[in-house]
Design a protein around this ligand. Structure first.
Ligand SMILES: C[S@@+](CC[C@H](N)C(=O)[O-])C[C@H]1O[C@@H](n2cnc3c(N)ncnc32)[C@H](O)[C@@H]1O
Length: 209
């Protein structure tokens, strides 16, 4: 069941930080995120693609030409920036404000779904991933670029301890076990790329069974 209070709080948070979001991430974007985004989108080929949590549209630059993207987010302020960016860079997408935990699409609408740094914020990630599974056709690819809890003796428990502080101050959870959530949702994991030391950032390759 959707936790509406938490959902509204996170939505408000992203609406509030939308004007400074790109600035907050400018260094990590240059150092690493942009390369990871490029790698993710280079693995998408053809068809109707859902981007969950489009944010300010940082992935727009990397959309391949042969796909039609439907980009969703529950923050209208983040998405307004994505819309402006799409016009500036000439990348086409259909934008829709909807909650990942209750996607406004019929079953099996898409051939594939992508998300970058989103399921750290979705209040109930398993619910969101079940929705992704519902709206992507059987066999469709699901690629998730996510920062997750580090599975190490001291750092892992420390991340658990600091997780509520992170949610209160900066918004996202820092101790999400996203690969486990993917499994719980019924999606099938094909493989997981560990992109950083300690596997803090992972690219999860999954599909709809
Ligand atoms: C950390 S930002 C990442 C934005 C973008 N994907 C990127 O890589 O820069 C997380 C985004 O997910 C969106 N989001 C979080 N929970 C959501 C939900 N339940 N439904 C739709 N969008 C959600 C937020 O509004 C925000 O734009």
């Amino acid at each position: 069941m959707i936790n509406h209070d938490e959902t509204r709080a996170i939505q408000r948070h992203y609406n509030r930080i939308a004007p400074v979001y790109d600035l907050m991430e400018v260094i990590v974007e240059q150092l690493a995120f942009s390369q990871w985004r490029e790698s993710l989108w280079s693995q998408v080929n053809g068809g109707e693609v859902l981007e969950v949590g489009v944010g300010t549209g940082k992935n727009l630059h990397y959309y391949p030409d042969n796909i039609r993207v439907t980009a969703v987010d529950f923050s209208h302020r983040m998405m307004a920036r994505a819309l402006r960016r799409s016009q500036a860079v000439g990348a086409e997408a259909r934008f829709l404000q909807t909650d990942a935990q209750h996607l406004a699409f019929a079953d099996r609408t898409f051939d594939a779904a992508m998300a970058t740094f989103v399921f750290c914020s979705v209040p109930d990630p398993v619910l969101g991933l079940r929705e992704v599974k519902r709206v992507v056709r059987q066999g469709g690819k699901v690629l998730l670029l996510e920062h997750v809890r580090i599975n190490a003796p001291v750092i892992g428990p420390l991340m658990d301890l600091l997780d509520p502080v992170s949610v209160r101050i900066i918004g996202p959870h820092i101790a999400r076990r996203t690969a486990q959530s993917v499994q719980k949702s019924g999606l099938m994991i094909d493989h997981v790329e560990e992109l950083t030391p300690g596997a803090l950032v992972k690219l999860i390759h999954a599909h709809v069974p």
